[in-house]
Design a protein around this ligand. Structure first.
Ligand code: 13P
Length: 239
């Protein structure tokens, strides 16, 4: 049987308490067959959203974590804290964290290990910049990021392929480009690893992107902020 497609929303640094209205709309909707829904709000909303979503089919996750359990790291949040707040999954190594906070593959790897240690599923992001794609380095970059940032032996770990140039730009790779990278990731990961595509996924392109071989779901930024759009993307993944 084909594994469930995972449609994950990444709200990034968006969302106040009033955002619970979008969550309520998600909770009121029917989750399409063959689809698993996950929403990763900012850390400030994880506990409240996890409480509201309890007992529903909607998972609540987080966007980042520190690698230590606790300690003198002002402003940081550990995976254990996020798990305690109700996070089921934790995104690590998003390109915005790699770029804005200088996160290296080694740091991302420690964060993925921390998520697993806390009982959460790590969603490890990889992806090339436009300069790397234009110079023909895409597959080498992806291989290096996987090698450096994905710990071995974590059952259920999820990989997200997010070409940096496709994030928030409205540009998406061709289905052939997606197929090529996802096949390369699948070849390097244990069988059964789910590989998400992320970068300008919208209701209009979701079904096409999700039909590409080795695309097991989507990591959705901007379009996850509106429940109607997020649900339309999930409908595009329905079996
Ligand atoms: P957009 O869907 O806004 O392009 O963002 C993708 C992303 O970065 C999800 O993590």
């Amino acid at each position: 049987m084909e594994a469930m497609k995972l449609i994950a929303g990444n709200w990034k640094m968006n969302g106040l308490k009033a955002g619970a209205a979008e969550l309520e709309a998600l909770l009121a909707a029917e989750v399409p067959a063959g689809v698993e829904l996950l929403l990763c709000p900012p850390a400030t909303l994880v506990a409240a959203f996890a409480g509201l979503a309890e007992g529903s089919k909607l998972g609540i996750g987080a966007q980042d974590c520190h690698w230590e359990v606790s300690g003198a790291h002002t402003g940081d949040i550990s995976a254990e804290m996020l798990a305690d707040a109700g996070a089921r999954d934790i995104i690590v190594g998003h390109s915005e964290r790699r770029a804005d906070h200088g996160e290296t593959d080694a740091i991302v790897r420690r964060k993925a290990e921390a998520a697993h240690r806390a009982g959460c599923t790590p969603i490890v992001c990889v992806g090339e910049t436009l300069a790397e794609r234009d110079s023909g380095e895409t597959l080498a970059v992806i291989a290096r990021q996987l090698e450096g940032s994905v710990p071995e032996g974590i059952a259920g770990l999820v990989v997200a392929y997010e070409p940096v140039w496709a994030i928030g730009t409205g540009r998406t790779p061709t289905t052939e480009q997606v197929r090529q990278v996802h096949a390369a990731i699948a070849a390097r990961m244990p069988a059964g690893t789910r590989i998400l595509y992320g970068g300008s996924v919208k209701p209009a392109n979701a079904a096409e992107l999700l039909s590409v071989p080795h695309v097991h779901g989507a990591l959705v930024g901007g379009a996850s902020l509106k429940a109607a759009d997020f649900l339309a993307i999930a409908a595009g993944a329905a079996t």
